[in-house]
Design a protein around this ligand. Structure first.
Ligand code: SAM
Ligand code: SF4
Ligand code: SF4
Length: 346
């Protein structure tokens, strides 16, 4: 297979990684993502089949993508997800197929996903306290998530990651406990700053527990924290750090220290909208050409010309907003569910 040159955007950023949302549905209702009682769902008939996703991935691979992350909504709600994984790992240009999940259904599915060739798993878990979990996710499935993490490790997934969004007044007193827990599970923890993405209708700057504050808590507990900044890995969203005892963790400081300048990530929603940025107001419809018989070359031309014209720096622009509030009110989200984080994938 010949080397594919990456398509570069206006700021010189290559198109390298693609987040594929396989469903907008979710079995949790996390306070920072889906706090409302009712949602407008994507019509079932608009959801891409595995074959359609596979075709898009082949086209994106031709434009330079080498890494795929399956997300959602909750990706494990999509039946037979392992069949999609097997299709995607069949592309020689795709070097890495990963999954971000809330872990609730992981215990049942991790063996099949491993067999299908899934490379890496990130489990999102923000609290270890059952009462908080219940209040925060409106579900009682903490035990299932814990079982899922163990099952994933037993199935042979190495390099497990755990994502924890830290919110002031909710779980900032679990910063140390989450790190200890992740370590016991053989997982690397990534703290995530609370972001004002679509869907976070209760967001406020006061609730953002910043990277600097997280580092302060950890250095008070463990001693000096060393930054592991690696210029070769500039596009990685998490900055990595090492504790004096050698343990490594990451922080995704999208709110207080955005990393748009090196962002190589594109997204497609479960209904085939192509987004150039997590904050982009509009996507580009790839489902229509997919379903109306357009050849691969035509869709590839849409993808690469959109990427070449990309100048998005959503998080950096948000960081410059004075008196920053929620990005979209609920009416704006209902008018277009593609603005929701659970639709475009985290
Ligand atoms: N349902 C899966 C999960 O929770 O892992 C995948 C989709 S979820 C949208 C992907 C990631 O986005 C999760 O790690 C979640 O914690 C994160 N996320 C959602 N809303 C967020 C917000 N307002 N700020 C920061 N991270 C957020
Ligand atoms: Fe929570 Fe993920 Fe579901 Fe959003 S999509 S409500 S973050 S589990
Ligand atoms: Fe990339 Fe947009 Fe996120 Fe910035 S805000 S890192 S450009 S997806």
């Amino acid at each position: 297979m010949p080397m594919v040159n990456s398509t570069l955007d206006i700021l010189g950023r290559p198109l390298k990684s693609l987040r594929v949302s396989v469903t907008d549905r979710c079995n949790l209702r996390c306070q920072y993502c889906m706090p409302e009682d009712e949602y407008v769902w994507l019509p079932k008939s608009s959801i891409l089949s595995f074959e359609e996703i596979d075709r898009l991935v082949r086209i994106f691979a031709g434009a330079g993508v080498t890494k795929i992350r399956l997300t959602g909504g909750e990706p494990l709600l999509r039946h037979d997800l392992e069949r999609l994984v097997a299709l995607l790992t069949g592309h020689s240009a795709i070097k890495d197929v990963a999954l971000t999940t809330n872990g609730v259904l992981l215990a049942r599915l991790s063996g099949a996903l491993r067999k299908a060739g899934l490379g890496r798993i990130t489990v999102s878990l923000d609290t270890l306290r059952a009462d908080r979990y219940r209040k925060f996710t409106k579900a009682t499935r903490l035990e299932s998530v814990l079982e899922g993490i163990v099952a994933a490790r037993d199935a042979g997934f190495e390099g497990l990651k755990m994502n924890s969004v830290i919110i002031r007044g909710f779980n900032d007193d679990e910063i140390v406990d989450l790190l200890e827990f992740a370590g016991q599970q053989g997982a690397e923890l990534r703290y995530i700053e609370y972001m004002d993405v679509g869907g976070a209708t209760d967001w406020s700057m006061e609730q953002v527990f910043s990277r600097d504050e997280i580092l302060r808590v950890l250095s008070q507990r463990y001693g000096p924290v060393e930054s592991l900044h690696d210029p070769r890995d500039a596009s990685a969203p998490a900055q990595r750090y090492r504790l004096p005892d050698g343990r490594v963790f990451g922080i995704v400081a999208s709110t207080t220290a955005p990393f748009c300048r090196s962002c190589d990530r594109a997204r497609i929603t479960a209904d085939g909208m192509f987004f150039l940025c997590l904050y982009a107001d509009r996507g580009i419809d790839l489902r229509e050409p997919l379903r109306s018989g357009a050849p691969d070359e035509e869709i590839a031309a849409i993808v690469s010309s959109a990427w070449r014209a990309r100048d998005d720096r959503g998080a950096e622009e948000r960081a410059g907003v004075r008196s920053r509030g929620v990005l979209y009110q609920i009416e704006g989200l209902r008018a277009d569910p593609h603005r929701e984080m659970h639709t475009r994938g985290g």
